[in-house]
Write a protein of this length. Structure first.
Length: 158
């Protein structure tokens, strides 16, 4: 069985990169998704926060290009507790809350050049076959040109 989740939202904080004891890179950041609807004549805005984790080469790319406030599309696997439910925790004020985490397999920057602090390149950053460390990127990479399936620069004559 296979499942995937796709969200579009705004990055809530700059990415934080760290390394596992085995040396694998992992980058984490938060994304807020929201919707507005009417309920009994009142306009209600609902916001759901997701924690996003990227691994391997994709973690390094996310750490470089993802910035707070940027609009982003994230595709990946929903990470749940062992029983398959979202993680439940108690806030500091004593209220219950749930936490949603996505292990990303695909990132796409959606902010335009004027909206983004990093130049606004609309790029796809994906991990092929869900394996950490193997990233492919679209041909429009902004600075640095084109890349092949291993994330290495390609020599394209045009």
């Amino acid at each position: 069985m296979f499942h995937t989740i796709i969200i579009v939202g705004n990055v809530g904080r700059d990415p934080e990169m760290r390394y596992t004891p085995s040396g694998a890179a992992v980058t984490s950041f938060s994304v807020a998704t929201s919707r507005t609807y009417n309920s009994q004549g009142q306009t209600v805005k609902e916001t759901i926060w997701f924690r996003v984790s990227c691994w391997g080469r994709q973690a390094e790319i996310a750490n470089t290009y993802v910035k707070k406030g940027q609009k982003i599309l994230v595709e990946g696997r929903l990470v749940a507790d062992p029983s398959g439910n979202p993680r439940i925790y108690t806030r500091s004020d004593g209220t219950a809350a749930s936490s949603f985490e996505i292990s990303a397999t695909n990132l796409k920057m959606l902010s335009s050049r004027s909206e983004s602090e990093n130049g606004g390149y609309n790029n796809n950053y994906s991990q092929s076959n869900g394996s950490a460390g193997t990233a492919y990127m679209s041909n429009d990479m902004g600075p640095g040109g084109n890349y092949d399936i291993d994330g290495e620069p390609e020599d394209i004559p045009f």
